[in-house]
Design a protein around this ligand. Sequence first.
Ligand SMILES: *Cc1c(COP(=O)(O)O)cnc(C)c1O
Length: 355
Amino acid sequence: MIAHSKPTLDSADAAAVSAVVASGQLACGPRTAEFEDNVAAYIGATAGVAFSSGSAALHASLVALRIGPGDEVLLPSYVCTAPYTAIQLAGATPVLVDIDGRTFNIDVEDARSKVSPRTRAVIAPHMFGLPADVEGLTSIGRRVAIIEDCAMSLGTRIGDQRAGSRGVCAVFSFYATKMISTGEGGMVLSSDATLLDALRDLRAYDGREAYAMRPNYKMTDMQGALGTTQLHKLPSFIERRREIARTYDAALRALGHEPPLAPLGVDQVYYRYVVRVPSADDFIAAMHVHGVDCRKPVYKPIHRYLGSDACPVADDVWRTAVSIPIYPSLSNAEMAHVVRSMTDVVRALKSGAQF
Ligand SMILES: *Cc1c(COP(=O)(O)O)cnc(C)c1O
C-alpha cells in the first residue's frame, strides 16, 4: 500500500538528534532557541516561541492575547478539531464559519456575518497550503485579531510575503507528517513584542513568584535540533511536492478532470493534493483496491461532530474532496503507480456513470 502521508528523514536528521542526546542537554534550550530563530527568519517575523505541538501553540496564543470566558473566536468548520479544542481550553466560545468551496478556506462574508461585539479573534487556517484571505479578514472588525494557522502552509508565498507574516501571530505544527517534522511540535511567530513576552512567560512555569496557569507546553532540544535540519531541506521538499503536483495536474487534465486550484501570484506548497470527485468514499475505496491510500483531507467538519448542519459548503466539500498521496519521499515509481491508479479509477467511475 502506498502511504497517504509520511515524514521525510535522512542521516543528517538522525545525527542532529544523536548529538543532542550525547550532549546531555535534552530539555528546551539552545537547539530550540536556534530553531525558533531559523523559522522566524524564514517567515519574516521578529521571533518565534516553540511549543510541544501546534495545538499547544494555538491555545497559548489565545491565552497570550488574553482571550477567555465571554469572548468569541471565529474558525472555519472544515478543519481538524485542534483549533476548536484550543478555543474551548481558553474558556472562550468558538463560532463556526462556512468555507469557500473553491479554496477550502474560511468564507470572509460568512465570517463577517458572524462577528458580534464579543468577537475577539479569528483563527484562519491556510488549508492544504492555499492561503486564506487575510486581507479580507482584516475588514470584518477592528477588534478582531487574526491568528494565522499555518500548520499546513509552511513556505507558501503570496506575492513576496510568506503565509504567517500578516496576522497578529501565526501558529505552526511540526507533527510527523506536516511540511517539516519534529515528531510532535509547534511554534507561534509574531512581531508583537508584548505578545512574544506573554508567550514566553506562559511557557516557563517553574521558579515563579506569582502563580498563573502555565501548562507545560515546552519543546525539547531533540525536537529543536531536528527542526533545524528539517528546515534546511524545506526548499527541496517544496520543490519535490510541486513536481509531483505538476505530474498529477497533467494526468487529470488528460482525463478532462479539474486539477486543484492554483491562484495567480501564489506559490503554494501542496501540503495536500486535493481533488473533487462525485463521491469521496467511492473514490477512496477504488484507490484502495489499487494499493493507494487516499483520504478525506478533513476527517469530519466540526459542525458535524456537534450534530449541526449549519455549514452546507463544508458538507459538500466533505463528501466530494479526496487527498492523494504527496510527500517528498514519494518515489517516482510510486508516483507513476498513483497516476495509473487514478487514471483507471476515474475512467471506471466515469463508465459507471458516476463521473
Ligand atoms: C495539524 C494541525 C493542527 C494541530 O497541530 P498539532 O501539532 O497536531 O497539535 C492545527 N491546525 C491545523 C490546520 C493543522 O493542520
